[in-house]
Every structure is written in C-alpha cells, then in structure tokens.
Design a protein around this ligand. Structure first.
Ligand code: AVI
Length: 332
C-alpha cells in the first residue's frame, strides 16, 4: 500500500528560491590542483575519480548505466521495484529524506509515494542537475519541504546545519560507496550514523556484490567502448584544469578485477612513451606505464552488513536480486 503524497503539476515553473539551497562547498581549488599534480608526478601515477565528471563525463556515465554489461543500475532498480513496499516499511514514512549524491533526484522521487517524506534534502557537489530538479520537485510536491545542499561530502559529511533535527532517512544508492576505500567507506558510514540521532532514522544504501571476474570486468570494459571513453575523458578534463597536453587516445583503457582487494581497478596505460609538462615540470610516462583512475570495491552481503553494524546501524536488512548481483541494505 503506498502512502499518499500531495502532487500538483505546475508545468513551466522552473525557478527555485536560492535560500533553499545551502552552499557548503569550500574553495579548495589550489589544494585540489596540488593534489592532482602530485598524483600525476607520483609513481604509480593517479588521477582522482572526480575528474571523470565534467559535463561530457556525466553524459558518458549516464550512457554507461544503460549498457548491457553494466548491471548495477538496472539491478538496483529491479530490487527497488520488487521490494519497494517492504523496504519502505523498514524505513518508515513521514521522515526527512536526505539524498546523498542526488543528481537529478530521479531515484529518490520514486520513493516519495511510499515513504511520504515531509522534507527532502538533495545533496550534491554540482548544482547543474540538482537545482532544476529541486525546482521541479518543489512544484510537483508542494506538500514537501524541498531543499538542497551543495557540498563535497567525500571530504567528510557534516549536515548538522542543514537537517531539521527529526527522524531522517539517508539514501545513498548506486554503489557509490564502492568508490571509497573500505577505510573511507567505514568512516563515511559512521558519519551518516552520527546524523541518525532521532528514533526512526536510518540508511538505505545500494552496494555492488562480488561475482565472477568475467562479468565484473565486462561491466567496466564494455564492447561499445563507452567506459573507455569515460576513462580517457578524465585526461581531457585534467588538460583543462592544469593546462597539460595529454592526448587521451595515446592511453589505453585498462580495467581488471583485483580479487585480493575485491575491487575493479581502472587505469589509463600509455601506448607509447609520453612526456607531459605538468605544472612546469616534464613527466615522462613510459610505454605501458599506468595512471590509476578509479577503484570500485565489491562487498559480499555479510561483509557489508557487518560494516553497517560496526558503524552503529542496527536491524540491518538486505534485499537482493535472484542472481545476487547487487544488494540493497537498510540499517536503523
Ligand atoms: C559511480 N560509480 C558507482 C561507478 C562504479 O561502478 O564504480 C563508476 C563507474 N566507473 C566505471 N563505470 C562506472
């Protein structure tokens, strides 16, 4: 049975009151540039995965989510659809609903009829998709107090000034937690738990599972080459940030499952020796040398449930598809 939410369409209305959006981003431009330069000069070299997500990277990621090989998005959606009422019963209704990495808010909005939030807080680092989506939500659901927070929560989650101070459902879908190291993930879960101060609060999260190497590797090295383009696009982004002259096509996309660490690793491998001036100093990448661009950790359900419990969540429940390809958890 779904809970009734007042729904009123006001087509054409796109404005959204600026005071409903809290700007919590700190201008770390210089420090971020230094970290990028240091990563490129190191051996092995690295580029943080956030450099995937310029405008083209966001489009490429959307295309990845539609690929036949990339099962996480589709499988999570199927689990949500199949167990929506059961999950909503665990999370409860009439909560403040905090959407971490909200983007265009599309995943969260599907929960509205089932959990009837009285307040929605979309949290994201970038305003481009979030602000117009909040405007649409505010107009479509006038009974919900719709707000946004712009922040880079990968550097630590502090929403103490932004929450109403009531029972809160945190929502973190898409296995984005897999892009943290296990240590960072544990810290992040603890930070969310610290925000769950009121009875009825909890976390609803989607996490990818371990599975056979061939399927994992295909998901990160698709036949159409979309993930390869996504990976190489990080170099085009870095060129704009640092004024470097990387030729993205001079680097091969490499993705493999590191079974020891339970993670997919993505790298860019120099096809031939490449000398790039990075912040005034030449850096030569030997033929075959790799730049590490992303790790995507996979967790067995018992491992992730234990992580949630260590972070202080109780009554952890897990829902999976029949093949066990993905898992959705709720912990109170
Ligand atoms: C955003 N994140 C959960 C994706 C993942 O699966 O780790 C990013 C991605 N990288 C390549 N394909 C998708």
């Amino acid at each position: 049975m779904s809970v009734n939410v007042t729904r009123r369409e006001r087509p054409g209305e796109t404005g959204f009151a600026a005071e409903r959006i809290s700007e919590r981003r700190i201008d770390n431009g210089a420090a971020e540039r230094r970290a990028l330069v240091a990563g490129l000069r190191s051996a092995p070299a690295s580029i943080a995965p956030k450099y995937f997500y310029d405008a083209r990277g966001v489009q490429l990621f959307d295309a990845i989510c539609e690929l036949p090989e990339y099962y996480p998005t589709r499988t999570e959606a199927a689990i949500f659809a199949r167990y929506r009422e059961e999950i909503a019963a665990a999370a409860g209704s009439d909560r403040e609903f905090v959407d971490l990495g909200a983007g265009d808010c599309a995943k969260a909005v599907q929960w509205f009829p089932f959990v009837a939030p009285w307040r929605y807080v979309g949290v994201d680092i970038a305003p481009d998709a979030l602000v117009p989506a909040l405007a649409r939500l505010a107009s479509t659901y006038p009974a919900i107090d719709v707000c946004g927070v712009l922040t880079d929560f990968t550097h630590g989650l502090d929403l103490s000034r932004d929450l109403a101070g009531d029972a809160t459902t945190f929502f973190y879908p898409g296995s984005s937690i897999g892009n943290f190291t296990p240590m960072e993930a544990a810290r992040f879960l603890h930070a969310i738990r610290r925000h769950c101060r009121h009875d009825g609060s909890g976390l609803l999260i989607g996490v990818d599972t371990k599975k056979d190497r061939a399927r994992l590797e295909a998901a990160y090295d698709d036949a159409a080459g979309v993930t390869a383009a996504f990976n190489r696009n990080a170099l085009a982004h870095v060129n704009r940030v640092l004024g470097t002259c990387f030729a993205p096509d001079a680097f091969a996309h490499v993705a493999f499952y590191n079974e020891r660490d339970s993670r997919i690793e993505m790298h860019l491998e120099a096809r031939t020796a490449q000398t790039i001036v990075v912040d005034g100093i030449a850096r030569t990448f030997a033929a075959g040398e790799r730049i590490h661009t992303e790790s995507s950790y996979k967790y067995a359900p018992e491992e992730f449930s234990a992580m949630l419990e260590r972070a202080g969540f109780a009554h952890v429940q897990c829902w999976q598809d029949d093949a066990g390809d993905f898992a959705v958890y709720y912990g109170a």
